[in-house]
Design a protein around this ligand. Structure first.
Ligand code: NBP
Length: 486
């Protein structure tokens, strides 16, 4: 059969996305470096209702099965495997054909590959995919960036295979090449933030309120029926309620080693935020927390020598109902800060690179299929629909009013955690972000004065225009006022 699309790379994501496309009636040719996964995918296609999938691991044969202009989605491991696969397949592709990399790729690699393929006239798109195995099979969030004409060829397929929400499929044209990977990278940075914030709340529930796993599962279940409704809150409730089959006693969560793995998109997000001079403390705190978690042996040693507070509820009185409510709104407000940081980073990159990324559309695409899907995204989407050039989400009047309503509880929750020595780096960093951003006046005047004192870095004044330097001591006198020197 002549296939509508090819999919190369048949690990978890590729296999499921191929089956997804075939379930929507598209004829798919699948390929993979090792033949066994091709056979497995073809077998699954048969078992899942004789879906239209053929397989070939030979690159020439794989390409020959595709109708022109050919469209090939790659879902191989990011990095060198993508280059190797492009090299193998592009030998048989022609001008006008399209390669789409669906991996979590560093956006500069995507831009480079696009340039490398230009002389052959092969179009290249980078398409972030979120939703894991289940999303890939049943409808992920798809974030494609690349030449518009190439996107248009792909559009009829991906709009059908993406998750569907009330206002459309969770996909759409993000912008020029690299922008799709960028938006997916930031999605993952926000995911890091969301996960860390939830983990910190869990820590307080467990170690201050001393709730059982079952009680905590009930709290998260209840919160999932509130403005906190989201995929990650939903699965947290399920995780906490899961009993351990391995031992037949207790809960799985209590057997899991407290070390978090990572694959790199969170680190890239923080590197990128720094590169664009965007403050991203919630996401940075989440990354730092993963680094600290990985140093388990050191932490075990530290626990023997470093002391926390010996708090009792007499010193910081705890009212269970109040603290539960405070934590709920602390989580909500911190989450808003995390999104504000992620979206500000996309905006900065989009402005720098002339991508014209529509932030409202990004939020719309994240409402279904992906890991950060959450009811809050509708509010954020609306904020960027009201003002597509919003410099920061916190400046939207609706969001500002909502977050202002959270601050009392947010502060109380963080104070309790600090008092009890429970680290809440992301909740605290979010509150500090809020408190820095909302203040007309910061102590940066002192920092700038110090810079001028030791380095002659100059400063601006509040009372007149110009660039100034002060003779802070007699030793500085010979340098004088910069304006005077001009
Ligand atoms: P992996 O990232 O685990 O990669 C495995 C695939 O890469 C296999 O098909 C493997 O072929 C192929 N591969 C490797 Br490894 N080296 C290769 C090479 N030199 N040449 C050709 N193929 C090579 O797969 P995944 O977890 O399905 O993820 C695919 C992409 O999607 C990644 O970029 C990932 O970051 C991204 N992603 C993953 C998820 C998720 O939940 N897993 C979610 C969202 C995005 P083989 O079978 O012959 O070894």
């Amino acid at each position: 059969m002549s296939c509508d699309i090819g999919l190369y790379g048949l690990a978890v994501m590729g296999q499921n996305f191929a089956l997804n496309m075939a379930s929507h009636g598209f004829k798919v040719c699948v390929g993979n470096r090792s033949q066994s996964k091709v056979e497995l995918t073809v077998q699954r296609a048969k078992e899942e209702g004789d879906l239209p999938i053929v397989g070939s691991s030979d690159p020439q044969d794989f390409v020959s099965q595709l109708s022109k202009p050919r469209k090939v989605i790659l879902l191989v491991m990011a990095g060198k495997p993508v280059d190797e696969t492009i090299e193998k397949l592009s030998e048989y592709l022609e001008e006008g054909d399209v390669i789409v990399d669906g991996g979590n790729e560093w956006f500069h690699n995507t831009i480079r590959r696009s340039k490398e393929l230009e002389p052959k006239g092969i179009h290249f798109l980078g398409m972030g995919i979120s939703g894991g195995e289940e999303g890939a099979r049943n409808g992920p969030s798809l974030m494609p960036g690349g030449p518009r004409a190439a996107y248009d060829l792909l559009e009829p397929i991906i709009t059908k295979c993406a998750a569907q929400v009330h206002d459309g499929p969770c996909t759409g044209y993000i912008g020029p090449v690299g922008s799709g990977n960028y938006v997916k990278m930031i999605h993952n940075g926000i995911e890091y933030g969301d996960m860390q914030l939830i983990a910190e709340v869990y820590d307080v529930l467990r170690n201050v309120l001393k709730l059982s796993n079952k009680e905590m599962a009930e709290v998260f279940e209840e919160w999932n029926r509130s403005p906190l409704n989201s995929y990650l809150i939903e699965i947290t409730a399920k995780i906490l309620a899961k009993e351990d089959d391995e031992t037949g006693s207790g809960y799985v969560i209590d057997y899991i080693l407290d070390k978090t793995g990572m694959k790199g998109t969170g680190r890239w997000t923080i590197q990128e935020a720094a590169e664009r001079s965007v403050a991203a403390p919630t996401m940075a705190a989440s990354l730092d927390s993963r680094y600290l978690s990985a140093r388990k042996d050191e932490r075990v040693k530290a626990s023997g020598v470093l002391k926390g507070p010996e708090m009792t509820s007499a010193e910081i009185p705890i009212h269970k109902g109040q603290l539960l409510d405070d934590l709920k709104w602390a989580l909500w407000a911190s989450k808003v800060c995390s999104y504000a940081q992620g979206l500000a980073t996309i905006k900065a990159a989009s402005d720098d690179m002339n991508w014209d990324v529509n932030l409202s559309e990004c939020c719309r695409m994240w409402k279904g299929g992906c890991i950060i899907r959450a009811i809050i995204l509708q509010k954020i989407q609306d904020a960027y629909t009201r003002d597509k050039n919003l410099p920061n989400l916190l400046l939207d009047p609706v969001i500002a009013a909502d977050i202002n309503n959270c601050t009392a509880g947010w502060r109380r929750a963080v104070v309790v955690a600090i008092g009890y020595g429970i680290a809440t780096p992301a909740l605290s960093a979010s509150l500090n972000y809020f408190d820095s951003y909302r203040r007309e006046s910061l102590p940066a005047n002192l920092t700038q004065a110090q810079r001028d004192f030791f380095g002659g870095h100059t400063f601006e004044r509040t009372d007149k225009d110009g660039v100034f330097h002060t003779a802070w001591t007699d030793a500085h006198k010979s340098i004088g006022d910069i304006n005077e020197r001009k």
